[in-house]
Structures are given as C-alpha cells and as structure tokens.
Design a protein around this ligand. Structure first.
Ligand code: MSP
Length: 509
C-alpha cells in the first residue's frame, strides 16, 4: 500500500518559525505511523521560491532572488533534522526539473482550452499572493490576514477558467464528503464554491522571477499555480532515474493551515481536473498556533506580525520530542489554539517528566531490582487490557484515529493508557509484593504487564516522539518498530536502566 503525505511548501522570504514546524511535524507523525504499519510512504516538504515578496526582500538586501531563496531554503532544510522530521524529499520550486514539469502540465491545461487572455483589475495582497474577491477585503481596502493595504492591480494576464469548474467541484464535494477535513473547513470551501467562482489570473506579466509561460514567455505563472503543482512534479524527479508518479499519485493527504484553504480546496482540484490528473484523496486543514502579542491579544504567529516563537530556542531547552508532543497535545489538530512558554513547562513537567518519564524509569528500575533485569514470564492482565480504553484495543483505536488524521485524539488515547499504567502501579504496589516471597507470581505478573504496556505505548508513541521512544524500546529489549506484528511478547527480554527520558528542568530566573 502507498501513502503519500505533503506539507505546504514554505515561502522563502522569511525564516522558519514554529507555525511552519507545526504543520511539518503533523505530516511527519502521519508519515512515521504509516511506515510503522508497513506501508510504502513518501513524505514531501519544501520551499515555495517564486513570487513578488521574494523579489522585494532580495532587492532590499541587495541580493538576487535566487541568492535569497538559497539562503532561506537552507534554513527550512536545517530545521528538519532538528525537529526530527523524516521527509523523503525536499522540493524547491526554483529547481529546473520542477519548472519543466509545471510547463508541461500547464501546456496541457492550455491545450485543453481552459485558459484565455484578459485584463485583470482588482485588489491584490502581495503577502498572500492572492487576488482578493469582494468578500475577502477588509476595511480601507486592506488584507484581513496581513493587515496591510492591498495593491490596486491592472494588468493583462492569462486567466484560468475556474468558473467552468464550479459544477465539477460541487459534484466532487457531493461525492466525497471527506475530501476536506475537518467538516467545518469542508463547509467553508463548499460555501465558497456555492458563492460562485470567478476566473482567476494564471500568469503575471510584471514579474520575471517565476516559471515562464511556455506559450507566452513574456509572462510567468502566477505563483500559486507553480506552487500547488509541486505536490505532483516532485514525484517525477525526487529519485534519480525512477519516476515515482505512478506509485504515489494521487496524494493520500495534503496537510495545510486554514490560511491557504481556498487555494487547495478550490483552485487545486480544478487545476488537476483541467490537466486530466487524478485528485488527491484528502486534505487536512489545521488551525493556527496563536501567541499573545504585547497588548495581550491573541494572534496568529507570523513573521510579518513579529510575534514569533523560535523553534530552535524551544528545542534547545526542551528537546525536539517535547516540542512535537506539546504542539499536538496543547492544540487540538484542526482547531486554533494558544501556546506559551508557561504552557510548555506545565505539560513537560506533569505529562512528559511525571506521567511518561517516571513510568518508564520506575518500570525499568523495578525489573532491574526485583528480577535481575529480565522481564518475567506471565500472562496479560485483564485489568489493563480489557475495556474500550484498555491496552488491548489501543493499537486499533490509534490506527483508526490516525486514518482520519486525528493526531491529537490519537495522542490523547495513548496518554489515557499511560495514566492507566500509572494507576496500575499505584494499585498493585509492586514494592510491597516484593517483600513477600509467596507473592512472587503476582510480582511477575505486575512487572510483565508494566513492561508490556510500556512497549505497546512506546511503539504507538514512536511516531510522535521518535527519539525518546527509541530509547525506551531499546531499553525494554524491543527490537522491532512495526505495528503489524504487534502481538504480545513473552517475557525473557533483558532490560536496561536509562537516564530519565524527560529530565526535570532546572528553574530559570
Ligand atoms: N507558500 C505558500 C503555500 C504553498 S503550498 C502549495 C504558503 N507558505 S507559508 O510559508 O506562508 O506557509 C503557510 C503554512 O505554514 C500554513 O498553511 C500553515 O501550514 C503553516 N503556518 C504558518 N503559520 C502558522 C501558524 N501560526 N500556525 C499554524 N500553522 C502555521 O502559504
């Protein structure tokens, strides 16, 4: 089975921030989980390098757009290993192989009769790279997202006949109620379509930094069409001499933030239809990570709004796994949610250090102390495995939730299991059992079940916290990482005591 997951490609006019990391980590969790299920996975991320803002920033800095793109693309690349992201390829839209493939697809759209030349007049946000429709303009002709004045544009452009895809898109939404998730975003996209679609600019004549329109080289493609196509083009050149398109297209999941819903849920399927290409299976739209600004108002984290939490700093102090955990624990994937340094610390202490880290340390220490480091032989204890939230059903529930890309809910289910294991320790009091020779079999059972429970939880959480779970599973003597042959292990494995998975933080001043 093939699983193809993508992130948006990020603009190179600014450096990466936690908002970008958030999307990328979300996609990474899905990619890792599906690999553990034995599927053939392709996970793509990258940078969107064309368009006006890149030209403007480069001009300000006295360098070429390409130089700016090279520098900032490197920053996005550098972020990936630091947040433990396991992408299979990193696409840059300035790559000549991408450009050639864009031209090929767009030529087909042209030859299929879906483009024409016309005069564009209207409001344009250079930061969104978006020609705003009437309903998308805030007071005083400003951008509701960036709060900057919109530019009045009047230029001769090539247009894409988006209007002629209104009915096909309605049909798509009617036939595939899970095309866009969550449901609220599906409704939003459908309302946009039902509101009537206008044709959109496909090219720009005033800009040269972009992909040339093959039938009119005075123009470059409007950056969104060039950018959206990355999901498709990358497969053709990601592996030298091996075109992966057949194997992985259409994508299983596009993961993206709600700010770019319209482009993905309306323009993108229309463009693919116009090019006779299959549509992606699902689009998963998440909300914003919000930070409080200096006036205490919650706003989207964004470079242009200047309220950025630097992921590098967070990782420095808490580690990548803690960041990955926190983002999806604190903010339910799909909703907006506030994050804060204080919130980090609380979750880190109470959930990572106490709930999970302590459970691991205690279990490994007790097996070491009471059974010379070897997990005893015993049977599964119904007290832990039974019931809807029992460990017996855990794998299935996590898989079902992640099939729906319910990243936060799947994490919650795992955390309920961690807590259940902790309660089990308190109830069974293995330290008391250890004092009575006659209760050796009971102690065997408790230790076996704790080790087994931790193994199960560690395997399921490995997609979220790869580093810590690898350490834990190694310490438990668990060689595999697959979720396929999950079944219960018998005792006998040798465990190893390890330093705390999540050491307590030193107080900061
Ligand atoms: N280049 C376009 C996307 C083209 S995809 C074919 C773009 N780039 S961007 O750099 O602005 O990144 C947007 C994406 O970054 C959002 O859709 C979202 O996934 C992520 N985020 C940026 N800021 C964010 C938050 N504050 N919170 C959550 N996600 C955020 O748009």
């Amino acid at each position: 089975m093939a699983f193809y997951v993508t992130t948006p490609i990020y603009y190179v006019n600014a450096a990466p921030h936690l908002g970008h990391a958030y999307t990328t980590i979300g996609a990474d969790i899905l990619a890792r989980h599906h690999r553990q299920r034995g599927e053939e996975v392709f996970f793509l991320t990258g940078t969107d390098e064309h368009g006006e803002p890149v030209v403007q920033v480069a001009e300000r800095e006295g360098i070429t757009p390409k130089e700016l793109a090279d520098r900032n693309a490197q920053r996005f690349l550098d972020l990936l290993p630091r947040i433990n992201v396991s992408n299979d390829f990193f696409i840059r839209t300035s790559d000549p192989r991408h450009k050639a493939r864009v031209q090929e697809v767009m030529q087909r759209v042209h030859d299929n009769g879906h483009v024409y030349k016309g005069l564009y007049e209207g409001w344009y946000c250079p930061k969104c790279a978006d020609f705003k429709t009437e309903g998308e303009i805030a007071e005083g002709n400003t951008c509701p997202i960036h709060r900057i004045p919109l530019d009045r544009e009047r230029e001769e452009n090539w247009f894409f006949r988006l209007s002629s895809f209104e009915q096909p898109l309605k049909d798509l939404y009617g036939q595939r109620p899970d095309f866009v998730a969550p449901r609220s975003r599906y409704n939003e996209a459908l309302a946009f379509i039902n509101g009537g679609l206008q044709d959109v600019s496909l090219s720009r004549a005033k800009i040269t930094w972009g992909v040339e329109v093959p039938w009119d080289p005075e123009h470059v493609f409007y950056v969104w069409f060039d950018a959206l196509l990355n999901y498709y083009t990358a497969l053709s050149f990601a592996r030298d001499g091996d075109d992966l398109t057949e194997r992985f297209w259409p994508a299983s999941f596009h993961v993206l933030g709600k700010d770019i819903l319209k482009f993905h849920a309306v323009f993108w399927p229309a463009l693919l239809l116009a090019a006779d290409l299959p549509l992606p299976e699902r689009e998963l739209i998440h909300g914003y990570l919000l930070m409080r600004d200096s006036e205490g108002v919650e706003t989207k984290m964004s470079k242009s709004l200047g309220n950025v939490l630097d992921p590098f700093e967070v990782i420095e102090r808490y580690g990548a796994d803690a960041l990955r955990f926190y983002c999806f624990r604190e903010v339910s994937f799909g909703q907006d949610g506030s994050i804060s340094p204080g919130g980090f610390e609380t979750r880190y202490e109470s959930e990572l250090a106490n709930d999970f880290g302590n459970l691991a340390s205690r279990t490994l220490a007790m097996v070491d102390r009471y059974r010379d480091g070897v997990i005893p032989e015993a049977g599964i204890d119904e007290a832990l495995s039974a019931g809807e939230d029992g460990l017996g059903e855990l794998r299935q529930r996590v898989c079902e939730l992640l099939d729906q890309a319910e990243i936060s809910r799947a994490l919650e289910v795992c955390w309920a299991a961690v807590r259940r294991l902790n309660r089990y320790v308190e109830e069974r009091r293995p330290w008391d059992l250890a004092k009575e020779e006659a209760r050796a079999a009971d102690l065997d059972s408790v230790l076996y079940n704790l080790a087994e429970g931790l193994r199960v939880v560690g395997l399921l959480l490995a997609a979220y916290m790869p580093e810590s779970c690898t350490r834990l599973l190694d310490a438990l003597g668990e060689p595999g990482r697959e979720l396929t042959d999950f079944g219960s292990r018998s005792g006998g494995a040798r465990v190893e005591r390890i330093p705390p998975l999540f050491p307590k933080l030193e107080a900061t001043g």
